[in-house]
Design a protein. Structure first.
Length: 414
């Protein structure tokens, strides 16, 4: 049989599915992607509302991710860098700090003293040096703890944890208690220290769009939700059936595969509200963090500081909430607007949109960096991919897609 005659099917056109298709194409195969939605990108989507470009949730890419460097043309993405560091808000006061992960000298002792102690400063320095020396794999081989326990074990003061580490990493891990694995903390900390946090000029969806546009022989079927997967057959929701030599499920597989039912993945959720606001009180492309855990908003970011904007009225601001709330949208908008006004000194002009993302990041324990292609194999003909197999990051999604595709190729080519 010729390579192009194999029916290789990928379920999902998120980062993992798109990279799986890329790798299969590179080896001469012609896969088909089945995507439930009408767009590529999965969790990386961008919408236009009133001429403003809104990402479905505030999300950045870390330029140092190994798979980002391998699979993306970073120049073509016109990446906009966020300024390292953060503006920390507490009780209506704001303090701008440099990024401790890369430039400890940016933390002037006086400014720093309101965030942490001198001893914290030395501990940050020690942590930076320690993580610089460790390879990513060494980080993931270390014993796992919660991030909070890890920081406490390192001797950081409660003040340093609650004023900097908790708000900053809660926004990344999308949970307020720093329960996320210390391996993820070390990995992300290292990536921040060695590269930039970036967003493409065209919004976060430009990343999967680039992968999609570069596919030449892959066929993508949109609005095609797969209901069931067996070794050699896919059943679509509309009842249609497709014979398959190999299938890569590049999303949560439990609802599609009979023997995985009951193994439901746990997820972390978040809410992201977009507003137009009168002025840019930060005046820079830097994240604003709320260090009071009791408040609703975890972080704010002025997207108008970096993105395309066809609209002229007002600056574009996002406010992200990472803890559970039970308000209806109207109540939430009112409460968030109040917080923006009283805690951050920001007057909103108009509420644009709320994105509630129930499945934002997989809630995982024993997180991993690597996946052997054999580990991605569910059965003779079915392989798995998706960030939920490793850790919640774009890097993990791409890596898992690559490994699943290599798994298929290994079976075919030995
Ligand atoms: C708000 C938010 C913030 C984030 N922040 C960051 C960050 O700053 N840095 C970072 O590295 N990562 C971040 N992430 C995580 C990152 O977005 C994900 O790790 C990555 O996009 C996952 O890609 P994936 O291909 O594994 O899954 P997905 O993107 O979920 O793709 C799965 C695809 O499969 C499709 N699908 C599902 N079921 C079916 C079916 N039955 N049939 C057909 N198609 C189906 C879906 O429609 C979807 O397109 C964030 C995520 C969110 C939501």
């Amino acid at each position: 049989m010729e390579k192009e005659d194999y029916s290789i099917n990928i379920i999902g056109a998120g980062l993992s599915g798109l990279v799986a298709a890329r790798v299969l194409e590179d080896y001469g195969y012609q896969p088909t992607i089945y995507e439930a939605e009408s767009h590529v990108g999965g969790r990386l989507r961008t919408f236009e509302v009133d001429g403003y470009q809104l990402d479905r949730g505030f999300q950045v890419m870390l330029s140092q991710y190994p798979k980002v460097q391998q699979y993306l043309d970073l120049e073509a993405l016109k990446l906009q860098k966020l300024k390292p560091g953060a503006v920390i808000y507490n009780k209506r006061e704001s303090t701008r700090i440099g990024d401790p992960t890369r430039d400890i000298s940016a933390l002037l002792p006086t400014i720093f003293s309101s965030i942490g102690s001198i001893s914290d400063k030395f501990k940050v320095l020690k942590l930076n040096l320690e993580l610089k020396k460790l390879s990513i794999q060494e980080i993931f081989n270390k014993e796992e703890n919660t991030t909070l326990q890890y920081l406490q074990n390192k001797g950081f003061s409660e003040k340093m944890i609650s004023n900097f580490f908790r708000p900053f990493f809660s926004g990344i891990f999308l949970e307020p208690d720093l329960k996320t694995s210390s391996r993820m903390f070390e990995f992300v900390y290292k990536m921040f220290g060695e590269g930039d946090a970036v967003i493409p000029k065209g919004g976060i969806n430009a990343i999967p769009m680039q992968l999609y546009k570069r596919l030449k022989t892959t066929k993508v079927n949109f609005n095609s939700r797969i209901k069931q997967v067996t070794d050699d057959l896919l059943t679509l929701e509309n009842g249609e059936q497709v014979k398959s030599h190999f299938t890569i499920i590049a999303t949560e597989a439990s609802s599609m595969v009979a023997n995985l039912r009951g193994q439901k993945q746990q997820w972390k959720s978040c809410r992201c509200l977009y507003f137009t606001v009168e002025e840019d009180v930060i005046g820079d492309a830097i994240i604003g963090l709320q260090s009071d855990k009791e408040k609703l908003v975890n972080n704010i970011f002025y997207h108008s500081s970096i993105l395309n904007n066809n609209a002229t009225e007002g600056k574009l601001l996002s406010a992200t909430i990472v803890r559970d709330v039970e308000y209806c949208e109207e109540e939430l908008v009112e409460k968030v607007s109040e917080e923006l006004k009283f805690e951050f000194g920001i007057k909103t002009i108009k509420f644009l949109k709320q994105f509630y993302i129930p499945k934002a990041l997989p809630d995982l324990q024993d997180i991993q960096y690597e996946l052997q292609s054999t580990e991605a194999r569910l059965s003779t003909q079915v392989f798995l991919a998706g960030d939920q197999l490793l850790n919640g990051s774009q890097n993990a999604a791409m890596l898992s897609g690559e490994r699943a595709a290599l798994g298929v190729i290994e079976v075919l080519e030995g």
